[in-house]
Design a protein around this ligand. Structure first.
Ligand code: GDP
Length: 195
């Protein structure tokens, strides 16, 4: 995909801080360390998601404005989940923040739930899928780090992930931010959903 512009717009916790609804949005969720920043960076061809890793930004919703030849859209980097050392209070705050966003954001066109292709979706990933389903939000799985599995095992891993999430195999995108495998295909879907 030819990225004409990609820039950090703002961070938010609650709806009053969300940017104005002007363009369709695609949100990215995943366990911390799954490769979410790498995927956003690889899709955009820049190291923009490093912003989301700066202290203070890691527990926020981070909005990025993007312009591609077919129009404008926004990526929303949702805070990673599954930290071992998170207190109950922090976990509740995270849940409230994501839940409110999923419930209230009318410009949300798609939720991309990122998993590691080497591991079956875990409880928190499945919670995310269930949440999207409850809220009626279109969602797909991005199974990343495909470069770490032999090519012959990718098809099976994709099928298992789809089964676990109660999705069709074509809703699971096998990719690698490192080798760029599968990124074009994901972009084609993102573009189709939005434009
Ligand atoms: P985040 O916490 O979900 O944002 O994860 P990061 O994007 O920071 O990635 C976590 C680690 O996984 C880093 O060491 C990345 O270099 C590595 N990583 C991310 N994507 C890939 C990938 O597609 N292939 C491989 N081999 N490593 C990856």
């Amino acid at each position: 995909m030819k990225i004409l512009e990609a820039k950090f717009l703002t961070s938010a916790v609650q709806p009053s801080q969300y940017p104005e609804v002007t363009v369709p949005e695609i949100a990215f969720a995943g366990r911390s360390n799954v490769g979410k920043s790498s995927l956003i960076n690889a899709l955009l061809g820049t190291r923009i998601a490093k912003i989301s890793k700066q202290p203070g930004h890691t527990r926020l919703l981070n909005f990025f404005n993007i312009r591609i030849p077919s129009g404008e859209l926004r990526f929303v980097d949702l805070p990673g989940y599954g930290y071992a050392k998170v207190s109950k209070t922090e976990r509740a705050a995270w849940k409230r923040m994501i839940g409110t966003f999923l419930q209230k954001r009318e410009s949300l066109a798609l939720l991309v739930i990122i998993i590691d292709i080497r591991h079956n979706p875990q409880a928190l990933d499945l919670d995310m899928v269930a949440w999207a389903r409850e809220e009626g939000i279109p969602h797909i799985i991005a199974a990343t780090k495909a470069d770490k599995l032999p090519k012959t095992k990718l098809g099976h891993a994709r099928k298992l992930a789809a089964q676990a999430c109660d999705l069709e195999p074509q809703d699971v995108y096998v990719l690698s931010s490192q080798s760029k495998y599968g990124l074009d295909k994901l972009w084609t879907t993102l573009e189709q959903i939005i434009f």
